[in-house]
Design a protein around this ligand. Structure first.
Ligand SMILES: *Cc1c(COP(=O)(O)O)cnc(C)c1O
Length: 374
């Protein structure tokens, strides 16, 4: 038992500046989508996606859904996605009427493996949508080679990867669209929200129409759309967070470097890999308990919490194709690295509010629990 306070697995940072910004919007009397959203879109694109046109929506999931629709994805299409991700990735594909087709991941980065993608292509494949899982870029070069050769689109689920780069270029800027989530536990938040970074103005216009009932001009509805608008209240929070996310990312990277150093020697623990040419923004700091079954890994999670007061998370314990909701899309082929990752992974606290003492406790707890062979 621990006398010390629990170290949470994640901690959204919302300060006085965000409260002031929200108050400014409330006092203006105009709270729905307006000038704050427009400013947020411009600032986000300039700061995080190399100047790409960005369109704000009410969630990351909406961003994926509308991005897919704006790029022409629908019934009869197949979109290749990882199964080792949050269900929103495949949900968005299925909601368009298209079929999510699951490919396997690379063992080192937990992201979509281009060789596996190549094996699952069919004459119905319309696109490939990698996830920059945990904040590490997928192999965009390898995936681009596959999509270019097959003549299909590339999309990016960058929900967890604000500011991550591949060969010096920001993720979210490679595909026809890239989506960033602004949910509270992500690297920055707007309360709820999503940002769609678009490769061209036609896609951006498509997302704008779809988020607003298909209207550019009021009551001149051009396409069948939704109401997926972001409010100015949320955008005001997001704009303040945008001024802080760079420093937070540096703090995450420093925490990760410290954990790397102090966990590398613990037998049975495999620390995260950063591939050459990539920057990792550590939405999660995810280790493997090498060779563990899911049940053994779950025992480690419980021991960290109960014996050491260290919160951790398992992202994700069940591959998407094994979920009740998505099992009808289960592939005929095996996804061995997906299965192994789902059993072995634990995400340890890496968030910017950790103190040096917290880090010591996290590393000490892992060494005690895993080293002791829990
Ligand atoms: C969070 C997340 C989403 C969905 O974003 P929401 O803002 O929660 O709708 C999609 N994909 C991945 C990989 C995510 O982590």
């Amino acid at each position: 038992m621990t006398e010390q306070p629990m170290i949470p697995a994640a901690k959204p940072l919302i300060g006085e500046d965000e409260r002031v910004a929200v108050d400014r919007v409330l006092r203006s009397g105009m709270v729905a989508q307006g000038p704050e959203v427009a400013a947020f879109e411009g600032e986000f694109g300039a700061q995080l996606v190399g100047g790409r046109t960005c369109v704000a929506v009410n969630s990351g999931t909406s961003g994926l859904h509308l991005g897919l629709l704006a790029c022409g994805i629908g019934e009869g299409d197949e979109v290749v996605v990882p199964s080792f991700t949050f269900a929103a990735t495949a949900n968005a594909v299925a909601l368009t009427g298209a079929r999510p087709v699951f490919a396997d991941i690379s063992a080192d980065t937990f992201t979509l493996d281009p060789d596996s993608v190549r094996e699952v292509l069919s004459d119905r494949t319309a696109a490939v949508m990698p996830v920059h899982l945990y904040g590490h870029p997928a192999d965009l070069e390898g995936l681009r080679a596959v999509t270019a050769q097959a003549g299909v689109q590339l999309f990016e689920d960058a929900a967890q990867a604000h500011g991550a780069t591949f060969r010096g270029e920001p993720v979210g800027g490679f595909g026809s669209f890239g989506m960033f989530s602004l949910y509270p536990t992500k690297n920055m938040t707007s309360g709820e929200g999503g940002m769609v970074a678009c490769a061209d103005e036609e896609i951006a216009r498509g997302v704008r129409l779809l988020r607003n009932q298909g209207m550019e001009k009021q009551y001149a509805n051009e396409v069948i759309g939704l109401n997926n608008r972001m409010t100015d209240i949320h955008a005001a929070i997001g704009r303040v967070q945008l001024t802080k996310v760079g420093a937070w990312t540096q703090a995450r990277q420093a925490n990760a470097a410290w954990l790397d150093e102090h966990l590398a020697g613990v037998a049975g623990v495999v620390v995260p890999t950063v591939r050459a040419g990539c920057t990792h923004v550590y939405h999660q700091y995810t280790v493997r308990i090498d060779g563990a079954s899911g049940a053994q890994r779950d025992e480690v999670v419980a021991a960290l919490r109960e014996e050491h007061g260290v919160g951790s998370g398992v992202y994700y314990p069940t591959p998407n194709h094994e979920l009740v909701s998505l099992s009808r899309f289960a592939p005929a082929w095996e996804l061995p690295e997906t299965a192994r990752a789902a059993a072995e992974v634990i995400s340890l606290p890496v968030h910017p509010s950790l103190t040096p003492g917290d880090l010591e406790r996290v590393a000490g707890a892992v060494a005690a629990v895993v080293g002791a062979g829990a």
